[in-house]
Design a protein around this ligand. Structure first.
Ligand code: FVH
Length: 344
């Protein structure tokens, strides 16, 4: 394969994920420049052909496409805000930020980056490092359409790339939503193994049952999605009233077995709220409406920008759906990127 014409790429951040990203670009023949805050993490990549930059500024200057994958947005801000890093260097380039963050953070950074004459793509990596560049790896991407068209080929070195449109926050929203689903599943698994472990049942013996049970339950998700979209939650098999009653046994068994119920309690409370809102005859999908309509917790920072806050959770009413969350969040956001990085 002739890889001579592959565009150069810079990767900033050489943690577990950054190393995997840089490795995939190298494997695909891209001249790859790397930089990491702590020295030494680029050694193996350099042996494979990468160029290690001495500073973040040097790394940015090396390529038209700069991929950033660090711990969080504070780290991104620190890197982009370092003296000499940004002024005049970002202009004309594309910043692809694969750092995990919120939709609001992504939208703010997109504005800040475009204010410096650069294109911005935000991405959610739906893979663990060993999957990068291999089948099963998915990168969700949103932001500048022109930049995506120009660099889709480069990004495809990482795996399948799914472009979700111009709103820079959309990839992050999908990423966070998918991670929310994942943590729900992992939380359930942890609780299940803690319960069976309380009677010394080996996790390896019990886990195959969990896997087949979860796979069976997964088949119900498309029907729940359809019910939610149609706003028709009438239960045919498993109504909320029945589930709220049965859920009490999950809490009681946890207590009896000496296993914390901290992961379960919120779900129990939500089921109870569903019943209290006269949705006991509905199916589980009715709870999605309740999640979108409070009660906004005073301790939940997200509630401050919750566009659905204060809406009527009564059956049939759907004020949250009338609100465009992208617009509401965007309009209400405080530009903390400029605050951190300055307007220079
Ligand atoms: N690893 C995974 O399973 C997941 C898969 C899905 C995507 N996530 C997100 O990817 C981002 C990076 O994750 P990571 O796995 O590479 O994380 P670490 O191995 O812990 O490396 C962290 C890198 O961030 C650098 N860093 C941290 N703070 C700063 C800072 N203030 N300035 C500059 N760089 C910073 C750190 O540098 P160093 O400590 O080596 O100097 C590492 O390069 C993340 O958003 C995941 O949520 C991964």
């Amino acid at each position: 394969m002739n890889t001579d014409d592959r565009p150069p790429v810079t990767v900033i951040g050489l943690g577990a994920m950054g190393k995997a990203l840089a490795g995939a670009f190298l494997d695909n023949g891209h001249p790859t420049t790397v930089w990491n805050r702590t020295e030494g993490k680029g050694r193996e990549l350099v042996e494979r052909g990468a160029t290690e930059a001495a500073t973040a500024a040097e790394a940015i200057a090396a390529s038209p496409v700069v991929v950033v994958c660090v711990l969080d947005y504070d780290a991104v801000r620190e890197i982009l805000g370092a003296p000499g890093t940004v002024t005049g260097l970002l202009a004309g380039r594309t910043l692809v930020n694969l750092t995990n963050g919120t939709p609001r953070q992504a939208r703010e950074l997109a504005r800040w980056v475009s204010g410096r004459g650069a294109d911005y793509l935000d991405g959610g990596v739906m893979a663990v490092p060993p999957m990068i560049g291999n089948p099963g790896s998915l990168v969700l991407c949103s932001g500048s359409p022109g930049a995506f068209t120009a660099h889709e080929g480069t990004l495809s070195a990482l795996g399948a790339v799914d472009y979700l449109g111009e709103d820079a926050g959309r990839a992050s929203l999908y990423d966070i939503a998918l991670l929310s689903a994942m943590y729900g599943m992992f939380g359930g698994f942890l609780q299940a193994v803690a319960l069976t472990g309380s009677e010394r049942i080996p996790a390896t013996e019990f886990t195959p049952l969990v896997v087949s049970w979860l796979n069976a339950m997964l088949t119900s998700l498309p029907a729940m999605a359809k019910a939610y979209d149609a706003n028709d939650h009438s239960a045919t098999t498993s109504n909320l009233g029945m589930q709220a009653t049965g859920f009490v046994n999950l809490l009681e068994t946890g207590r009896d077995q000496g296993v914390s119920t901290e992961l379960l309690k919120p779900m129990g409370a939500l089921l109870d709220r569903g019943v209290a809102a006269n949705r006991g005859d509905d199916g589980l999908s009715a709870l999605i409406d309740l999640l979108r309509t409070g009660p906004a917790s005073a301790t939940d920072p997200a509630s401050a920008t919750d566009p659905a806050k204060g809406a009527d959770p009564a059956k049939g009413a759907d004020p949250a759906r009338a609100t465009d969350p992208a617009r509401a969040t965007d309009a209400g956001s405080h530009d903390v990127v400029s605050h951190h990085l300055g307007s220079e």
